[in-house]
Design a binder for this molecule. Structure first.
Ligand code: UDP
Ligand code: MG
Length: 202
């Protein structure tokens, strides 16, 4: 049988800057408040090879990320550092291996209806300079592609969140063993998902 919408899962990683900025509670609160369910959580200091693998699980990530960065420059009327998306992404990947391994991270799996898109909406766009007010990246950090490139480092944006359902499935397998995911019911799921809401009145 096809999975129900409410069973969709997504991976969130609070990057080292999110932990250092003491934003773990604030970030978790936003996902709890929207109605998602925490299915797994752990703290670790990842190895560079583990991060490289994470970002290259999707063979298209190199091209798409490079293209997005080039567009970010062009939209502001700026010259991108290169016009080759793959060359840009290789540098991004090298920087990410330093950034995301620089301290402890918190990896989590969040489950619920449309969790991939809902989490991305709450997290906000990749570049904090342009991510919307009200999103986690928009509200709590102030970095830009340009500053990251001039200083030769990753854009610090507090969080990783899976971009698509397929990405989420690959990433969850990369970060968690099957038996680390906990299957349980939250009482609030009744009000979020029950069709007839017939368990409320006495
Ligand atoms: N990144 C960067 N410079 C760039 C583009 C991306 O440092 O020009 C970093 C940034 O930390 C981002 C991560 O690489 O979160 C992964 O990029 P992706 O395009 O997948 O963005 P995300 O899915 O995290 O929004
Ligand atoms: Mg991504």
């Amino acid at each position: 049988m096809e999975k129900h919408f409410k069973e969709e899962r997504t991976l969130v990683v609070i990057k080292p800057d999110g932990v250092q900025r003491s934003l773990v509670g604030e970030i978790i609160k936003r996902f709890e408040q929207v109605g998602l369910k925490l299915s797994a959580v752990k703290m670790m200091v990842p190895e560079p090879s583990f991060i490289e693998k994470h970002y290259t699980l999707d063979p298209n990530w190199m091209r798409l990320t490079g293209e997005k960065t080039i567009k970010g420059y062009l939209d502001k009327g700026l010259e991108p550092p290169s016009n080759d998306p793959i060359a840009i992404s290789q540098k991004i990947l090298d920087n990410l291996k330093k950034y995301v391994t620089s301290g402890p991270v918190i990896a989590m799996v969040w489950e619920g209806a449309h969790s991939v898109k809902i989490v991305r909406k709450l997290v906000g766009g990749t570049e904090p300079l342009t991510s919307d007010v009200g999103t986690i990246r928009g509200d709590y950090v102030l970095d830009s592609y340009q500053m990251g490139d001039v200083d030769g480092r990753s854009v610090r944006n507090l969080i990783h969140a899976s971009g698509t359902i397929e990405e989420a499935e690959m990433e969850i397998k990369h970060w968690f063993l099957e038996n680390e995911l906990v299957d349980y019911r939250l009482i609030q799921e009744q009000i979020l998902y029950d069709v007839n809401l017939d368990g409320i009145l006495e």
